[in-house]
Ligand binder design. Structure first.
Ligand code: SF4
Ligand code: SF4
Length: 292
């Protein structure tokens, strides 16, 4: 298994992907890196590199089919399905709603009359895109759910597995926002998590939730405060301290970073001598020390 470092953040829009792509560019100079974008509902790391996703593979899950010739209308399948994907008609016939099905197989195992057979359906795709920027070269693995699909965990698992299969010795994981099961799955096995937050009341609230999750998972946390200067950082520092998480970096609110988005080049490539880029360089060099 590769050494796993996660970049996460309870709140969306804090700049998590900015941190992940800039770290990836620097770390790839020293390590054989794979970057995994596991924000499967809205992956955007490739956008920050202006890269076309490549090497597409489908993500399949199990979809139950009812063999109505065998079905006795006992209703067991609908009762064990905890996503509400099986409805029962007035006549007692079970009917599967594919979009609500997580592919857990509970109905398949529970049916006493072997009236359920295993089908497959595609819920999304994984990609393995070669990234070459400046002197950095690495693979970006991206998980992407199909539009309208609701069950993120199978897509996160598939993309994480594909990232592990790519050649390399280090895996940098960009999780989705929040603290749900998909984030926990993405974080699992990480040596350290970089939590990106911002000095706002909502940033503080969500920081507290993600730090609690990391405590539960037994993963060391470093906090990076993005957009410093837009609010007080005292409470952020207090909350980080409560969870024994250090403040490992502060990124100023910056037009240069916005310009780097537009250029499709991470700031460490776009303006390597800027103070913003130096924050990422020192964070990366500390990370390399920790995982040496
Ligand atoms: S559990 Fe099997 S037999 Fe019972 S309603 Fe469902 S499919 Fe039909
Ligand atoms: S596989 Fe799981 S989620 Fe899908 S219908 Fe069966 S019990 Fe429900």
């Amino acid at each position: 298994m590769k050494t796993r470092i996660a970049v996460t953040g309870g709140k969306g829009g804090t700049g998590k992907s900015t941190v992940a792509v800039n770290l990836a560019v620097i770390l790839a100079l020293e390590r054989n890196l794979v970057l995994a974008d596991l924000d499967v509902e809205c992956p955007n790391d490739h956008v920050l590199f202006k890269a076309e996703l490549a090497n597409k593979k489908p993500i399949e899950t199990m979809l139950p089919f009812i063999s109505y010739g065998k079905c006795t209308k006992c209703g067991v399948c609908a009762r064990v399905c905890d996503t509400g994907a099986i409805i029962v008609t007035r006549e007692g016939l079970p009917f599967v709603l594919p979009r609500l099905c997580s592919g857990c197989r509970a109905c398949y195992y529970a049916c006493p009359y072997d009236a359920i057979v295993e089908g497959r359906r595609i819920i999304g795709y994984t990609y393995a895109t070669p990234i070459s920027t400046g002197s950095s070269k690495f693979t970006l693995v991206t998980g992407m759910l199909r539009e309208g699909e609701e069950h993120t965990p199978p897509a996160v698992i598939a993309a994480k597995r594909r990232a592990e299969e790519e050649p390399g010795d280090m895996l940098l994981i960009d999780t989705s926002a929040g603290t749900g099961s998909s984030v926990a799955i993405a974080l699992e096995g990480s040596k350290l998590a970089i939590v990106v937050t911002e000095p706002t009341p909502l940033g503080l609230h969500d920081l507290s939730l993600i730090l609690e999750l990391l405590d539960m998972l037994g993963i060391e946390a470093w906090v990076v405060v993005n957009r410093t200067g837009i609010g007080s950082e005292d409470k952020i520092a207090e909350e980080a301290g409560r969870h024994n998480a250090e403040i490992a970096g502060r990124i100023p609110y910056s037009r240069l970073i916005v310009e780097s988005y537009v250029s499709g080049r991470p700031i460490v490539e776009y303006r390597p001598q800027s103070p913003e880029a130096s924050v990422f360089r020192s964070l990366a060099s500390r990370l390399l020390e920790v995982i040496a």
